[in-house]
Design a protein. Sequence first.
Length: 358
Amino acid sequence: MRVISSPIQDVEVGNIADSSLEKILESYSDRGIIVIVDQNTHDLCLEFLITTFPQLKKSEIILLPVGEENKVMEVCMQVWNAFSEYGFGRKDLVLNLGGGVVTDTGGFLASVYKRGMDFIHIPTSLLGMIDASIGGKNGIDLNQYKNQLGTITAPKRVFVDPIFMGTLPEAEFYNGYAEMLKYALIRDKVLFEEIKDFSKEKDFSDLDVIVKCIQIKVDIVDGDLYEKAERKLLNFGHTVGHAIEGFFLESVPISHGHAVALGMCAEAYLSMDKGKLSKDEYKQIEQVLTRVYPFIKFTDEDTKAIIKLMYNDKKNESGKIYSVLLNGIGSSTFHNELLESEIGKALLHISMLSDIYN
Ligand SMILES: NC(=O)c1ccc[n+]([C@@H]2O[C@H](COP(=O)([O-])OP(=O)(O)OC[C@H]3O[C@@H](n4cnc5c(N)ncnc54)[C@H](O)[C@@H]3O)[C@@H](O)[C@H]2O)c1
């Protein structure tokens, strides 16, 4: 078992049967335990968890509807009503078993109910393991805007066991891969070299790489929990990516990882365009992203709508759009102002890549 310790949260990576979860559950033996799942993790992950920890047999199971479109207040209201009807108190424990949608929503539900219940994350998707479950951010979407309502409250502990990925659909590995690439691009050139050719499921379950990714996030979050400065680096690819994700939310939703991959390509292009990133390194990044992710053609109207959505980004100040840019592979800076004309050029470029690579 590898333990990544931090003042904010400890993360245990490895066989969950050997983790401290059993001891924690024992400490709640006279309390209620609520396991939050979605339909997929209910069907594919819950039985394993309960077989491994039989004390969970008496827990209440809360089933969330699958998918980002359900990371909304209406769903939370139903769950809080259920918490209230079951008589759950603030000393009970919430255990979130699922991908980022379950951990974001479950963390939000627990951190708000009765001003905060203890909760634990057991991420079951690659993206959940290396990103969503780490760092204490919980939240839900508001209309087209991602993660507008939320809290920064760390889970009591996070248990990362790649065994849960045994049932993860292949596309979901590439969803998480985008965040792996993000860590490498902002912080670790060696990691980029290690993972740039990843393509098979066995690669993505590599414990060393998972630990490296979690460690990068933990190191950054430890220094800046409330995202006043360095934590903004974790938004590389997300200024443009979240806007693209939001743009498609009400038509044909695309995965978070896919949107972030497109966003990283646009923001790497912007880094090159602004003279920060060399053409050669930009090309390396473009090659990796276009190898894995389908690029999308945007009309002029789409581009305008995407830029409009970017004005809602959390990192903006005084009505200006700011983003993370790369100085090189493995090196990044935050608080770079982007002009609409520059963003338009980058979106046009990634739109053109759809003709070349798809
Ligand atoms: N809080 C944060 O810091 C943070 C960081 C990054 C992303 N996020 C959020 O995470 C969410 C995306 O997470 P995600 O990609 O895990 O999405 P998700 O939770 O929707 O999971 C993706 C799909 O995989 C299924 N699934 C999950 N685990 C499975 C398993 N073991 N076997 C079979 N199917 C499984 C889910 O049911 C779903 O259909 C977004 O809402 C994003 O905003 C949060």
